[in-house]
Design a protein around this ligand. Structure first.
Ligand code: NAP
Length: 342
């Protein structure tokens, strides 16, 4: 068994890593760290994790593989010495997702502490970067919104079937904001209400633009992307609806688009192209991304709906998928789960 450590097990992503890894056939969580709960048994802080007999410490013990589930900034500081020591790491924060340190500083407001590691970090969306993830020692786990948006758009952008004018409309459950307290996330504020936020630009926009740009091959026009997130009163899940005009001269049909998407994802264990629009409940607690592409013939527009669980395919599950690839385990090891229903 591989000994796994989780830095910041006391956040939502860290706790979800511990829950999912409990079922992993090749890896065992042997060490977990957290700041305010250091010294306490894990099951005292998270009673749902009682089968894991672990104590939360302030620093990880010796392990073979590390996940960092810290907020950005703090994560890079924790991860850099481990990477320099040669430990394989998946960082769930945003710290190694943007390849340009100046762009990171612009969006996150802090100077990157280790810009020299950025070219070595691999963006961990296995469906687009599987060979590189297999070779990586440092994987930047994608953000939750970018995961849903990129998987919805990649076949269309790479296939050149749309004009370079994309609108991404995404709705997230409240766990996407983490466990830290904030007025907008109080029950009385968020329940029975849906709100748009970050209308001047969300931090996930440069990540989405960076990765879509890598797939876009038409040099004559660059991609224009509008990304608008919304908060909805549910615990988990992201539903993303993407819109783009069909490329000039393409007579796209729903069946044709379906076939393109099916073919693009034919070797991906965690993406399913669905016959009906998916709902967040269909991926609640599992690592799947469900995608429904269609063509609005009246407006000649491609419309694609995707859904994921933000804490699983959008965070902890995808991180384990990346670990599996990095360590040569079957990609779906420990992750082959149905969703929770109802
Ligand atoms: N939530 C999601 O859906 C999601 C999805 C994808 C990626 N992510 C990323 O995953 C990471 C963790 O997110 P999360 O939602 O799990 O976070 P979270 O639940 O908000 O965890 C935050 C906790 O981190 C600890 N913390 C904050 N600053 C710290 C610091 N400087 N040093 C040590 N501990 C610190 C605090 O714990 P104490 O109480 O111990 O101080 C705080 O309660 C973030 O980088 C986030 O962007 C989250």
């Amino acid at each position: 068994m591989i000994r796994v450590g989780i830095i910041n097990v006391t956040g939502y992503a860290g706790a979800e890593l511990a829950r999912l890894l409990y079922l992993h056939p090749e890896a065992e969580v042997t060490s977990v760290s957290g700041r305010s709960a250091a010294g306490k048994p894990l099951a005292e802080v998270f009673p749902h994790l009682w089968p894991l007999d672990l104590k939360i410490s302030s620093e990880l013990d010796e392990v073979d593989f590390v996940f960092s589930a810290l907020p950005h900034g703090a994560s890079a500081e924790a991860v850099v010495p481990l990477v320099r020591k040669g430990l394989p790491v998946v960082d769930i924060s945003a710290d190694f997702r943007l390849s340009d340190a100046a762009e990171y500083q612009r969006w996150y407001g802090v100077t990157h502490p280790a810009p020299e590691l950025l070219p070595k970090a691999v963006y961990g969306l296995a469906e687009l970067n599987r060979p590189a993830v297999r070779e990586a020692r440092l994987v930047a786990n994608p953000g939750c919104y970018p995961t849903g948006a990129l998987l919805a758009l990649a076949p269309a952008v790479k296939g050149g079937i749309i004009e370079p004018d994309i609108v991404i409309d995404a709705k997230s459950g409240i766990s996407g904001a983490g466990r830290s307290l904030g007025l907008s996330y109080h029950y009385a504020e968020a329940n029975e209400s849906v709100a748009a936020y970050a209308m001047e630009g969300h931090r996930h926009l440069p990540e989405i633009a960076q990765e879509l740009g890598r797939l876009w091959s038409k040099a004559e026009a660059s991609l224009r992307v509008t990304f608008q997130p919304h908060l909805v009163p549910m615990t988990r899940g992201i539903l993303t609806t993407c819109y783009a005009p069909v490329a000039d001269g393409r007579a796209l049909t729903k069946a044709g688009v379906h076939a393109l998407y099916e073919d693009f994802y034919k070797d991906d264990p965690f993406v399913r192209v669905t016959a009906e629009p998916p709902q967040t409940k269909h991926t609640w607690g599992n690592n799947l991304c469900l995608i429904y592409p269609m063509v609005d013939r009246r407006a000649d527009r491609l419309v694609v709906v995707s859904c994921i669980d933000n804490l699983v395919k959008g965070a902890a599950g995808q991180a384990i998928q990346n670990m599996n690839l990095m360590l040569g385990f079957p990609e779906a090891a420990g992750l082959d789960l149905p969703a929770v229903y109802p």
